[in-house]
Design a protein around this ligand. Structure first.
Ligand SMILES: C=C1C[C@]23C[C@@]1(O)CC[C@H]2[C@@]12CCC[C@@](C)(C(=O)O1)[C@H]2[C@@H]3C(=O)O
Ligand SMILES: O=C(O)CCC(=O)C(=O)O
Ligand SMILES: [Fe+2]
Length: 355
């Protein structure tokens, strides 16, 4: 039991935290989905604080990425090489999936101890109110679940082809951006040898999450996706042209990440924070909903090879920067996250007395 997909077997979910509402029939916000006021303030728009937009082909890309990761834990990338045609196909297929009748989507419902298929976000269990969202999680080929969604002979084929192609592109992009992040910190190929899978080992893992936020009758009292950090090394997110994503910055507040045409949002995950010994911080983020547009996003979580223990790079530690985190695999970290949610990173931290 050492893969990401095994990690939830020890923490099965209750069905009420898996099965989404039938949003099409909800004309007003049910009490089960009515959240009280947010805990943190919105950023003052007059500060003009904004997550940076970086041209991946530009000469300054590595430096700008380092600055963005230190300051925001997130940035948007243009010129990333993923064809806009593919992004449009992904959005089309994602909308096609979520437009299916509720009972048909449930044919591909996630089982309580698994993590692929259709359902609510894994973190639902940590909140007393439910989120205004539904998701579909893919690890590699979505074939089995897609056949359940579209039982007629050929209806699932385009969906599968597009999602497999998209994951291939996103994996290449994640590796490129990760390379730039490490280089920007002065780390060489040898320092990050763990990142290249050894011969015979399984390659690095990526998980694709399709998110749907249906039109909401009372968006100011609903929550699309509650504040969280991602467990990954990095997450690449496509949000089409509908706003909703926000990133939290200390002393500033929640900052909207407005869509830039064709751009992807890159979010630093917890495993990256560990690898960089806290130099880059994973970004706390959330998604809000609206009452006019059905918002779709796709998030690709990129993590280390399954048998690799991530630990802070020694080059980033010294007398003034003592090693902060214990070694951990992605699977072990997801286990910690499944039980301790946003406090998981603190559990991996050496306490001051043991340094
Ligand atoms: C690999 C994964 C990261 C993720 C859990 C998952 O198994 C697939 C879904 C991911 C997601 C998306 C919404 C927020 C989040 C915290 C959650 O509950 O499910 C993330 C998980 C994560 O990054 O820990
Ligand atoms: O929909 C969004 O903008 C955010 C999605 C997200 O944070 C996630 O899937 O982890
Ligand atoms: Fe996220």
């Amino acid at each position: 039991m050492n893969s990401v997909s095994e990690s939830y077997k020890n923490n099965p979910l209750h069905l009420k935290h898996i099965i989404p509402l039938d949003f099409k029939t909800a004309l007003k916000l049910p009490d089960s989905h009515a959240w009280t006021l947010p805990d943190h303030p919105m950023a003052d728009p007059l500060t003009h604080a904004a997550v940076p937009v970086i041209d991946l082909g530009g000469p300054q890309a590595a430096t700008l990425i380092r600055q963005a990761c230190e300051k925001w834990g997130a940035f948007q990338v243009t010129n990333h090489g993923i064809p806009i045609k593919l992004l449009n196909q992904v959005e089309f297929q994602t909308r096609r999936l979520f437009a299916l009748p509720a009972n048909q989507k449930l044919l591909a419902g996630r089982s309580p101890e698994d993590f692929t298929g259709y359902g609510l976000p894994r973190i639902s269990t940590f909140f007393s109110k439910l989120m205004w969202t539904e998701g579909f999680t893919i690890l590699g080929s979505p074939l089995d679940h897609a056949r359940q969604l579209w039982p007629h002979e050929y209806d699932h084929i385009n969906f599968c082809q597009v999602m497999v192609e998209y994951q291939k592109e996103l994996k290449g992009l994640a590796e490129k951006i990760l390379g730039l992040m490490f280089r920007s910190l002065g780390l060489t190929q040898e320092d990050i040898a763990w990142f290249k899978p050894k011969y015979g080992c399984k390659s690095p893992q990526g998980v694709l999450q399709l998110n749907s936020y249906p039109v909401c009758p009372d968006p100011n009292r609903a929550m699309g996706l509650a504040p969280h950090t991602d467990s990954s090394l990095l997450t690449s997110l496509y949000q089409g042209n509908t706003s909703g994503l926000q990133v939290y910055r200390d002393n500033v507040g929640w900052v909207p990440v407005h869509p830039v045409s064709g751009a992807l949002v890159v979010i630093v995950g917890d495993l990256m924070q560990i690898t960089c010994n806290g130099r880059f911080k994973s970004a706390l983020h959330r998604a809000l909903v609206n009452n006019t547009r059905h918002r779709i996003s796709t998030a690709y979580f990129y993590g280390p090879p399954q048998d690799v223990k991530i630990s802070p790079s020694v080059k980033l530690t010294d007398h003034d920067h003592p090693i902060l985190y214990r070694p951990v695999t992605w699977r072990e970290y997801l286990d910690a996250k499944a039980t301790h949610f946003n406090k998981a990173i603190e559990l991996i931290r050496y306490d001051a007395s043991s340094c």
